[in-house]
Design a protein around this ligand. Structure first.
Ligand SMILES: *[C@@H]1O[C@H](CO)[C@@H](O)[C@H](O)[C@H]1NC(C)=O
Ligand SMILES: *[C@@H]1O[C@H](CO)[C@@H](O)[C@H](O)[C@H]1NC(C)=O
Ligand SMILES: *[C@@H]1O[C@H](CO)[C@@H](O)[C@H](O)[C@H]1NC(C)=O
Length: 415
């Protein structure tokens, strides 16, 4: 019943082009469209997912980011249909809808867990059968909520606050492209659901990673800040969200999460001091996008200065000698960290829009060129190794991450 003809149209109908031809493409739009076409081969229309749960929110965001810089009407139409389909199908893949609700006391283990392994690398485990239409059909947690439709924020809350906020940002990006107010309301509702868990036990502010209240980490807090700042430029009550953004960035800067080298570590120890864990690329990037958004609505030079200092710190440390972005886990990052680098490029692109800097342009172009020339296979799939060579297997996570660099290159193509 699901494999109707309309699902088959959720791919960009570009002719399959020979690799030799693709190799010669230098136009950033041409490259990104080919990558978009390849990306949709991973799209599971009956579930609305491309890959893992939170990763898929990032895939949706990169598609929206492409649609913001590529006016191709076919792409605009495709993006709108993808967003609508993911909004409709996604909730049935949520393992623990509405987990943030304070009145829910007894919860059954969902089978979804996230943690950090002995090497400091984050991992996610999924319930058996997750990501299939069969899972959706059997998802009792979802079915027991008769009122968990697409546009109910509870459908997108799962008790891991970073997951929640990735989806909030994805729907805000979809709103930017489509101006569909349901997406804006959804982003706002998800944020407000998470805002209920502020503060953590550190510095009378911040949020935990998850409903377990065990770990105060950088990513959840950067996303909280960035989502507030995005809402400040979009929601009907801008001051409410600008105030949240200011409060959360002030807390973040005071938290000790930013180390003496200007890099952001993974999180805080139980005693609320910096835990010295990996300085993942995405933790250097999300904050840049948030500061760019905050600067638009509260143009204090301090935000620009902070962003410039952080960007400089990461551009001079987590890039290799050829200016190509690397995460500490190299090619063996697993399902989570394989997503990270693209998120950094997204943040750098956003910062460049409000605080242009030729260093940012150079980094974006170098990475996009390397992704295209060194990290692509014959089917235009992009692997985790941006510096090359292409590493089998490329999947929706590695591909969508690398595609962020191609999209950022469109934004700076005339510079
Ligand atoms: C790609 O570019 C090279 C060098 O300019 C040229 O020799 C070759 O014919 C081109 N290939 C295609 C398929 O256009
Ligand atoms: C950027 O970082 C480098 C290396 O840490 C430092 O030498 C330089 O002064 C920084 N530039 C700016 C503009 O902060
Ligand atoms: C995608 O590929 C990366 C790197 O090749 C791998 O580490 C990761 O586990 C894969 N992700 C999924 C969801 O299979």
């Amino acid at each position: 019943m699901y494999l109707s003809r309309s699902f088959l149209t959720l791919i960009l109908p570009l002719a399959a082009l020979p690799n030799a031809y693709a190799q010669n493409i230098t136009d950033p739009i041409g490259r990104a469209e080919l990558a978009m076409s390849a990306l949709q081969k991973f799209y599971n229309a009956p579930t609305g997912m491309w890959t893992g749960w939170w990763n898929s929110a990032n895939v949706m965001t990169v598609i929206a980011n492409l649609a913001k810089v590529d006016p191709n009407p076919q792409l605009q139409d495709l993006a709108a249909r993808i967003f609508a389909n993911t909004a409709a199908m996604g909730p049935a893949q949520n393992f623990d809808p509405g987990a943030e609700e304070p009145f829910k006391k007894r919860r059954i283990a969902s089978g979804y867990t996230k943690g950090i392994d002995e090497n400091g690398i984050p991992f996610t485990t999924y319930p058996k059968g997750w990501g299939t239409p069969e899972y959706a059909a059997k998802n009792k947690k979802f079915k027991s909520r008769q009122d968990a439709p697409a546009y109910d924020p509870h459908s997108w809350l799962d008790g891991f606050y970073d997951d929640d906020l990735w989806w909030a940002l994805a729907f805000l990006a979809a709103y930017d492209v489509t101006k569909k107010v349901e997406y804006l309301n959804l982003g706002e509702g998800i944020f407000n659901g998470v805002a209920r868990v502020w503060p953590s036990n550190c510095g009378n502010g911040g949020i935990y990673w998850s409903k377990d209240k065990k770990y105060v980490n950088a990513i959840a807090n950067e996303l909280f800040f960035s989502t507030a700042a995005h809402l400040a430029n979009r929601a009907s009550d801008p001051n409410k969200y600008a105030d949240w953004a200011v409060k959360s960035i002030d807390w973040f800067v005071a938290s000790g999460m930013i180390n003496k080298d200007g890099l952001i570590n993974d999180g805080l120890k139980d005693d609320c001091t910096n835990n010295g864990l990996q300085t993942w690329s995405y933790n250097q990037g999300v904050i840049l996008g948030g500061l760019a958004e905050l600067y638009k609505v509260r143009p204090a030079v301090a935000y620009k200065d902070l962003a410039a200092r952080l960007a400089n710190a990461s551009l001079t440390t987590i890039f290799d000698k050829n200016n190509i972005l690397q995460d500490p886990c190299g090619p063996t990052c697993g399902g989570d960290a394989s997503q990270f680098k693209g998120i950094y490029m997204r943040g750098l692109q956003a910062l460049h829009e409000v605080a242009p800097d030729p260093t940012y342009v150079a980094a974006i172009k170098a990475n996009a060129d390397s992704v295209w020339n060194n990290d692509r296979d014959k089917a235009n799939l992009l692997s985790i190794q941006w510096a090359g060579p292409f590493i089998d297997v490329a999947n929706a996570t590695t591909h969508s991450s690398a595609m962020e660099a191609l999209v950022a290159a469109i934004a700076v193509k005339d510079e």
